[in-house]
Ligand binder design. Structure first.
Ligand code: RP5
Length: 160
């Protein structure tokens, strides 16, 4: 069966943040493909990836980048697939605002679903929620994930 989620990122240095998407998807029983695709350093590869992503069987793309973070928006402009953007706080960032604003402020007509700074975990969950619309078993696992999360919070004790 084709892998339905692609996790791409502008640099290998983004993986420390982006692996949280891979981890939560694995926890939910969803296999994901992960690859470095840079909008600025490998623009032809980015174009090829985005143009062929649907044909390759992907249904959701998670794209993370930092700084002048053009990858999610450019990929979104080249594919009909939903793109979830993860702003990464990279080493020379302006406190992460550069990444957040360059992914968030897309022009009308080309949406990118942007999660919080460095929050690749939420990107993974959101991708699973999209796939769960047509996958009842995954929807059930997501329900269990939410229940376990609530129970953990309800049973937490503060050590005062
Ligand atoms: C962006 O530049 C990448 O997404 C990364 O967040 C940032 C820094 O990249 P490196 O210089 O660490 O490769 O394109």
């Amino acid at each position: 069966m084709a892998v339905k989620v692609a996790i791409i990122m502008g640099s290998e240095s983004d993986w420390k943040v982006m692996q949280a998407a891979h981890d939560v998807l694995r926890e939910l029983g969803v296999e994901a493909h992960a690859e470095v695709v840079s909008a600025h350093r490998t623009p032809e590869k980015m174009f090829e990836f985005a143009k062929s992503a649907k044909q390759a069987g992907f249904q959701v793309i998670i794209a993370g980048a930092g700084g002048a973070a053009h990858l999610p928006g450019m990929v979104a402009s080249l594919t009909p697939l939903p793109v979830i953007g993860v702003p990464v706080k990279s080493a020379n960032s302006l406190d992460g605002w550069d990444s957040v604003l360059s992914i968030l402020q897309m022009p009308g007509g080309v949406p990118v679903a942007t999660v919080a700074l460095d929050n690749a975990k939420n990107a993974g969950i959101l991708a699973a929620q999209i796939l769960a619309l047509s996958d009842a078993a995954l929807a059930k696992r997501l329900e269990g994930f939410r229940t376990a999360q609530s129970e953990k919070v309800l049973s937490s004790k503060l050590s005062i």
